[in-house]
Write a new protein. Structure first.
Length: 74
């Protein structure tokens, strides 16, 4: 049986992926880190939206999503 020899190979896909990762790292460094709102904050804001609407039921998910969006934008 012949002995298998291995040669170092350059895989273009690995090189391209590394470039993409490096570019993504550069972009990530320039984006400010913003903390996500806490669940208690979202809950309180969603409840306030519920009260502001007169306490009408059936819009709890809408209130939650709107509260989360408002608090994330700050």
């Amino acid at each position: 049986m012949a002995k298998k020899t291995t040669r170092p190979t350059t895989d273009v896909r690995q090189t391209d992926a590394r470039i993409d990762i490096d570019q993504a790292d550069d972009r990530a460094r320039s984006v400010p880190i913003v903390a996500a709102p806490e669940e208690d904050e979202i809950r309180a804001r969603a409840y306030q939206k519920f009260i502001d609407r007169g306490g009408a039921h059936g819009k709890d998910v809408d209130d939650w999503v709107d509260a989360e969006r408002e608090l994330s934008a700050r």
